[in-house]
Design a binder for this molecule. Sequence first.
Ligand code: MIC
Ligand code: MG
Length: 297
Amino acid sequence: MLHALATPQEKRRRFRAGLESGRLQRLPGAFSPLVAMQIETLDFEGVYISGAVLSADLGLPDIGLTTLTEVAQRGHQIARVTNLPALIDADTGFGEPMNAARTIQVLEEVGLAGCHLEDQVNPKRCGHLDNKAVVPTAEMVRRIKAAVLARRDPDFVICARTDARAGEGLESAIARAQAYADAGADLIFAEALADEREFEAFRRAVSVPLLANMTEFGKSKLLSAATLQDLGINVVIYPVTTLRLAMGAVAGGLATIQDEGTQESLLERMQHRRDLYALLGYEDYGVFDKNVFNFKL
Ligand SMILES: C[C@](O)(C(=O)O)[C@H](CC(=O)O)C(=O)O
Ligand SMILES: [Mg+2]
């Protein structure tokens, strides 16, 4: 009720244990706190909070327009309602290495389990767009070192993302990942890898845990959880999936209302009022006031 029972420290320890378990940690994107609660009712290991989704939700493209304050606020809203660890997209850290350091402290304070910082130049852009530019390896190493130094809970996971595969090629992306791991990154996110072969090459070369981004309609082939597990990948994110599902349903449903003049034919595809109330735990709120939850169908 009101918030999740697990503390941020417990959630971070749980995420750390998951990274060390040898089992794939599956993190669907939560585009709202309510979606995080839905994810928790299924057997997922965590939730992901996407920058692309936050931008889209605000009606903006994913080109580095959102601020740390907006990202932290959304992260807080989501992290507080779920017992699952939440990993958030911190883009480039919102500026210079000093800004990345502050970003880590703020994201820690709002209860997240970890975040990823990427090696793109400011302003960043979606990892599946063309003509991305990355900063020199040494500059990203400074970004990561500043982040690691600023961290106060050693269990807060700092994930380094490299966007170098597109512009510099696989070898360079691997060399960067190794440098980022040496700088203290706990987890490596290799953005926009093409297929199994590229994940295999990363797995062979990098000793820290690896994250795979299974985003739709991008540059990466969609690989199943079983395949990723076999490849030795530790974390998979489905960053924009729930938003794409919801928006597909919203667009189709609005067209039906236009065509049919009623939403009657859509009812069975909707989350029922009863299920929404169960997810929100309405009944639990009756401990404060017996009159809060009076609902009969
Ligand atoms: C993972 C990602 O950074 C995100 O913000 O969710 C995006 C996802 C996407 O645009 O599909 C990305 O740059 O890959
Ligand atoms: Mg992003």
